[in-house]
Design a protein around this ligand. Structure first.
Ligand SMILES: NC(=O)c1ccc[n+]([C@@H]2O[C@H](COP(=O)([O-])OP(=O)(O)OC[C@H]3O[C@@H](n4cnc5c(N)ncnc54)[C@H](OP(=O)(O)O)[C@@H]3O)[C@@H](O)[C@H]2O)c1
Length: 237
């Protein structure tokens, strides 16, 4: 079994790599992260990859092609705050810079990763692409508003996942393309917002990863195109 992970240096990506390695002794992990990761993840070194440079994505995919088919492509990349500031509470806080920055991390990078790496899925057996999305990307579930850029980017990612699922099942009949909601997980991404949430509602990365891998292992091709929460339930679009 071969699994390729993007965002392996993030809290959830790192935990997912450990969980896959713990469950599948024979798994071959290929791990990528945008920035160099000093510590080894799941006993494997992490390759640095500038995911905003499409030429580099194409080269990395070409290199992997020589190794063989990929059973799991996991995209654990995303951002909520950073150089562009905090999530917007009101229209007045929107800026083109913030919208583009958040859209790049949560939608453009995952989309281009799927463009270049989806052809590595098996043609004749099960192959899974899972991208970390968020419940907050559900339009029907949005009762609170706010966090414009992040909500919109995750909603767009969910639509992209649906489109890719439809296309890929033509050539890769047993392919499964899904979004995953990990719950609220202790990480750099959620750190500024954790104090608003009851501690028992915040998962450790390893807890979330265990649940997410269980979800992934039970998915079938008929599930392709949907977004699943850590408890295995589909999140309404
Ligand atoms: N934590 C939560 O509560 C929560 C809840 C719902 C959904 N999620 C989703 O889960 C995913 C992982 O989040 P996390 O909590 O593990 O966050 P994290 O620890 O901050 O990790 C984020 C990962 O995304 C990478 N990344 C960010 N922007 C990027 C870009 N433009 N290009 C390439 N890589 C980029 C980071 O790379 P560097 O190491 O190079 O910065 C890192 O590997 C995200 O998609 C997030 O939206 C998280």
């Amino acid at each position: 079994m071969r699994a390729v992970m993007f965002g392996a240096g993030g809290a959830i990506g790192n935990a997912l790599a450990h969980e896959l390695a713990a469950r599948h002794e024979a798994v071959e992990l290929v791990l990528f992260n945008r920035r160099p990761v000093a510590a080894k993840v799941a006993g494997q070194s992490v390759r640095q990859l500038d995911m905003q440079d499409e030429r580099k994505l194409a080269l990395a995919a070409q290199e992997l092609q020589t190794v063989g088919e990929v059973d799991f492509l996991i995209i654990a990349v995303g951002a909520l705050h950073g150089v562009a500031g905090q999530p917007e509470k009101a229209l007045a806080e929107l800026s083109a810079e913030k919208l583009k920055w958040i859209y790049e991390a949560n939608m453009v990078v995952p989309a281009l990763l799927m463009k270049h790496f989806a052809p590595l899925l098996p043609r004749e057996r099960r192959g899974v692409i899972a991208a970390l999305s968020a419940r907050i990307g559900s339009i029907s579930d949005n009762q609170l508003g706010g966090w414009y850029s992040y909500r919109c980017a995750k909603a767009a990612l969910n639509m992209f996942i649906r489109c890719a699922a439809i296309e890929l099942r033509r050539k890769h009949k047993s392919s499964i393309v899904v979004g995953l909601h990990p719950g609220t997980v202790a990480s750099a991404l959620s750190a500024p917002f954790q104090q608003r949430i009851a501690p028992e509602m915040v998962f450790a990365p390893a807890q979330s990863a265990k649940k997410l891998v269980e979800v992934l292992e039970h998915l079938e091709p008929a599930d392709s195109g949907c977004c699943f929460a850590y408890d295995g339930k589909v999140i309404a679009p």
